[in-house]
Ligand binder design. Sequence first.
Ligand SMILES: [Zn+2]
Length: 356
Amino acid sequence: MKTLLLSVGLIALAAAPTKPPDLAKVYVEAVRELNEKHARAPGKETEEELAKKLPAAATKALEGLLAAKPSEDLGAALRSVCDAAADLDRPGDFNRIRARLAELEPARADQLDRLLSRPRFVLRGENGVGESYLEGFARVFDGILDAYDEVFGFEQWSKVPGKKLRVRVHRVDAITAPPHFAPEFPYHSEIDFPVADVGSFSSPTADGKFLFYGLCHELGHVIAMWGDPRREADHHAWAHYTGVAIVEHLSSQKDAPDWMKPLRDVQWRSLAKEREAAKDVKPSLEKRENVLALLLALHERLGPRAIGEALNRLDREDRRLCVNRVRYYEFADLKTALLAATKAKERVAAIRELLP
Ligand SMILES: [Zn+2]
């Protein structure tokens, strides 16, 4: 009996990983499995609930990794668990890993990534984006999401229901490309957001970059892509429409919050300006300017709330094409969903007139 217990103990000892890459693998794989399982059947599970399901073996492996002595492969192992912690919204783990990396590479400590988690999103600051900048960014982002709630009332932001939105805020020497929605991530929706001045969030920047409008615009892409995945014009007309609608909404509040004060994009980006520019454009699906005129006309005659409800209805009925879980809607389905929500004669007539 004694010999048997001893041999079982030895087997367990032999199986437990001790090398940094092996310890990291246990954590990374556990996160991947949880995310994969959630993505297959999201149900009503939130990311907060999901994050609590990380198995004890994974947290134990992390403890082992954090206690590991410096070695050639420790840095890479720590970086891979850092990414996994961000993928499952575990800021506590992320910060402990970050602290260990800072001990190992004190000269680079300020350049290490930061993670900021909020109920609806996770921000990752890279390449010297500091904590206070991320906090300022989070206030603006929360305000924009609130405005989307008020104006459109979209129910589901992430392409994988339950998972929080991600924004990768990274410092660059000069902004050469606008922010963009990166649809390739398997378990969440993510916006890539370059910034040059990481002092505080203000817009437009000295060189004329509309960061505030840009963020509102990208969220339009996140909520809906349109028609043929290759027909870029529809996507940008839609995101431009929701973007200017949100900028105008936030800029016309009576008691604007402090974070709105350095955001002056409405002088150049507003529904009013677009209405003026589109007054002689025929609403249709032909070109970008026609699609924009169509969306502006729907906004005027039905209201943005009706558009939000129609997309929510299509999501509930699961009537859209998904590419890598990103939702693509058809204008024909939008028409059906808008019609399903009203019997009022004038509204039915407007929908039939505007949408082919
Ligand atoms: Zn766009």
